[in-house]
Design a protein around this ligand. Sequence first.
Ligand code: NDP
Ligand code: 8X3
Length: 261
Amino acid sequence: AQRLSRKTVLITGASSGIGRSTAVEFVKTAPDIRLILTARRQDQLELLKAELRLLSADVDILVEQLDVSDPQDVKRFWDALPKEQWKDKLDILVNNAGLVKGVEHVGDITEEDIHIMYATNVTGLINMTQAAVAIFKAKNSGTIVNIGSIAGREPYPGGSIYCSTKAAVRAFTESLRKELINTRIRVSVVDPGQVETEFSLVRFRGDQAKADSVYAGVEPLTGDDIAEIVVFIAGRRDNVVIADALVFPSHQGGTSHMYRK
Ligand code: NDP
Ligand code: 8X3
């Protein structure tokens, strides 16, 4: 908690699931933390801000609508970020925003779905990272935690685009860590297995019954489980780099290895 005191954290995709839980966990761990909460749904971010204020009166929160899939919006966001109060003080970036659309096989995937997954999960993450790295290099400190997935390690049928975006996150993260080896900037990737969030609802385009069937007969991880790990990684002594974390619920051994009751 002491190590995270007054640190400034930027979370993408903070309006739901793992990102939202990560914001809560940072405040529970360090009640005087400074949070920049971003996502497309600003109303959800405002609700989260109110909830976090109830947890701690000492927290500083900046809510900013940001669509990471739009490079112009990413540029606008960084240009508008108050320099002295927030931008130059940035310590931790959590690249969490991401999504999957559909289960179509190759040949049947729409151009739109390919674009939104790559633009969000890959290009968005890269653009956010480039901006943060410039700030971190100037002060030779900073932590980047990227949310990958087991899907990036073990691709499955019906997931060609999503799985390849997460493989890209993994490779990008590793290159970056090695590029920064002579600095005090830390780079980590967390690869969750099955987590119950809005993820499957988004995959199945709002079909709640289909989304629920993904979690039938199993006990998935929660957003809070992954949030605890993200905050743990960020809170280590600055010479400690948890480079890589693969996290499963106990019934899961891989993307297709699942014990169902
Ligand atoms: P949710 O759907 O609950 O949350 C996704 C978050 O990403 C939302 O806050 C959403 O906010 C945000 N987001 C989506 N697109 C954009 C965008 N273009 N710009 C900014 N924010 C965006 O799912 P999870 O919490 O599960 O997903 C978080 C991360 O975890 C993703 O990267 C996902 O791939 C990864 N993951 C999830 C697993 C799971 O089983 N759930 C397993 C492994 C990895 P908004 O819609 O307001 O923009
Ligand atoms: C989410 C995990 O296996 O549903 O990244 O794609 S999976």
